[in-house]
Ligand binder design. Structure first.
Ligand SMILES: [Zn+2]
Length: 144
């Protein structure tokens, strides 16, 4: 994975609606029920608390969270070199987001550490440079 990408190609999320890379400060795009003040990710049609759909509003989720738990995969496969880590990051909106954990050695991960949202082109899979994914990396200067 790397942060370089071809500027001539339009950046799109690997699945439509998950985030908007056209924004100055891209975030994960969630949806909030204005009646219950509960947020959801990914977006959904109706609130699973009140079962209504009339007051669902798109929201940009926070880009900082806390590492809830993680696992490290030591068995590589084509286009995925091991080891790599996956984890759940808790956001202040009350959401637990599953994502790859980037720019960190497995031995440096710690439950409870502060994590920061990042976006990367998916070019390590079949050269799809225009298709982007999200992940979290340890927040600089916050975990020493
Ligand atoms: Zn609701």
């Amino acid at each position: 994975m790397n942060e370089t990408s071809d500027p001539s190609k339009k950046k799109e999320p690997f699945r439509k609606g998950l985030f908007n890379l056209e924004d100055q400060d891209p975030r994960l795009t969630g949806i909030q029920c204005e009646r219950c003040h509960i947020s959801f990710y990914p977006k959904r049609e109706f609130c699973s608390n009140c079962f209504q759909s009339d007051r669902m509003k798109e929201v940009n989720l926070s880009k900082i969270g806390t590492l809830y738990t993680y696992t490290t995969v030591f068995q590589g496969k084509p286009n995925f070199s091991a080891p790599y880590s996956l984890g759940f990051v808790d956001l202040k909106e009350g959401l637990r987001i599953f994502a790859p954990l980037l720019d960190v050695a497995p031995e440096d991960l710690k439950i409870g550490m502060e994590m920061e949202l990042v976006f990367r082109p998916m070019d390590w899979v079949s050269g799809q440079e225009e298709s982007w994914v999200y992940g979290f990396k340890p927040r600089k200067g916050k975990n020493s």
